[in-house]
Ligand binder design. Structure first.
Ligand SMILES: [Mg+2]
Length: 249
């Protein structure tokens, strides 16, 4: 194989947004895991990545080769001796959490992009340990509504500028179609890739990153600065084709 390790984005790369991987994808990942370390990186929290990827893998998958980087790389988990354990976790302090939540409310008020008076699908502001996530329509909003919320990215751009102004000391990233992920500064998918490379003792230049948002401004683009080879996909079908191709070599 040309690469010694693989890193996959989750939403719209391995699975449809916020959905579990399909049985076909789980099978393809299992085959890849039998050959090389595979990491999954996402803005989602650890329990979601477990539920949508790890627990979907066929029985007898070499899950010790699977690495999970939730919350944009703010943490890394590995599976050893039949258990998941954290390799590192950049937790936000109570004070950071308070500052961030207040900053979010000020940014919303300033821009008027989100109407807090209307009801949401689950929480709009969610604490994820190492990250706080703002979802315009709520955590559990249906995909069909999320797609309609900001098709031109105009609302997200306005809100992102306001968040950067209110919270200059933190790192602010657009998540999916309606969300923002806020972490300690310097924490992003590039940080996750670097930490993973160190942990695996595999040079970044020998790893492949696969994501659907590698375009400028996309939430995978930041990994390019690490020097990792990248492969852009548009959807999970593209990813299945890539894995098949990799397995042939
Ligand atoms: Mg994605």
């Amino acid at each position: 194989m040309k690469y010694r390790a693989f890193v996959f984005d989750l939403d719209d790369t391995l699975a449809e947004s916020k959905q579990p991987v399909t049985e076909r994808m789980a099978g393809a990942l299992a085959l890849l895991l039998s050959r090389a370390p595979v990491a999954v990186i996402s803005g989602g929290k650890f329990s979601i990545l477990l539920a949508n990827v790890a627990t979907r893998l066929p029985e007898n998958t070499g899950v010790d080769n699977l690495y999970i980087l939730p919350t944009c790389g703010a943490a890394l988990y590995e599976h050893k001796n039949d258990a998941w354990k954290s390799v590192y976790e950049e937790l936000l302090s109570e004070i950071d959490i308070e500052i961030i939540e207040r900053g979010i409310l000020r940014a919303i008020e300033k821009t008027g992009v989100i109407d807090l008076q209307t009801s949401s699908y689950g929480e709009r502001i969610e604490r994820r340990g190492s990250q706080i996530t703002l979802s315009a329509l709520g955590q559990e909003a249906p995909l069909s509504e999320k797609i309609l919320w900001d098709p031109e990215r105009t609302k997200r751009n306005v809100l992102q500028q306001a968040l950067i102004q209110e919270l200059p000391q933190f790192s602010i990233k657009t998540g999916g179609t309606t969300s923002f992920d806020i972490t300690k500064p310097g924490i992003d998918k590039a940080y996750g890739v670097r930490r993973l490379s160190e942990h695996l003792s595999i040079p970044i230049s020998e790893m492949l990153y696969v994501g659907d948002a590698l375009f400028p401004g996309g939430n995978d683009a930041v990994v390019i600065e690490t020097g990792i080879k990248t492969h852009a996909v548009s959807n999970p079908s593209d990813t299945l084709a890539l894995i098949a191709e990799v397995l042939r070599t």
